[in-house]
Design a protein. Structure first.
Ligand code: SF4
Ligand SMILES: [Zn+2]
Length: 105
């Protein structure tokens, strides 16, 4: 897959996985929406992840989970891992295997 395609795909996955995580764990439990269906914390995580994605030095870009560099700072990496795990399970339970195959971290 060429880099532009990979970036588009990863962008979609990040938005979707973080949105589901936020909705189920934050917004449904009363946390205030900050922007576009995300709480502030999740919106910041999304922005950070997209920024990493656009700045990715690798070409071809691997899936982040197979990456040897891991450009995320440790705290953000922990967060995105938790998001991917939760939302991966969520999509699995809801029959969205197509999403689960793209598991990030
Ligand atoms: S973790 Fe690796 S593949 Fe993912 S954006 Fe960072 S450098 Fe690129
Ligand atoms: Zn949130």
């Amino acid at each position: 897959m060429n880099k532009q395609k990979r970036i588009k795909k990863d962008e979609k996955i990040l938005k979707k996985f973080i949105a589901v995580y936020c909705r189920e764990n934050h917004l449904r439990k009363g946390r205030k929406e900050y922007k576009d269906g995300y709480c502030k914390e999740c919106y910041e995580l999304l922005e950070y992840s997209l920024q990493r994605l656009y700045a990715c030095p690798l070409d071809p870009k691997p899936q982040c989970k197979h990456c040897k560099i891991h450009c995320y700072k440790p705290q953000m990496r922990l967060k995105i891992k938790e998001v991917m795990k939760f939302s991966g399970m969520y999509f699995l339970k809801h029959g969205r295997l197509d999403w689960v195959f793209h598991y990030f971290f």
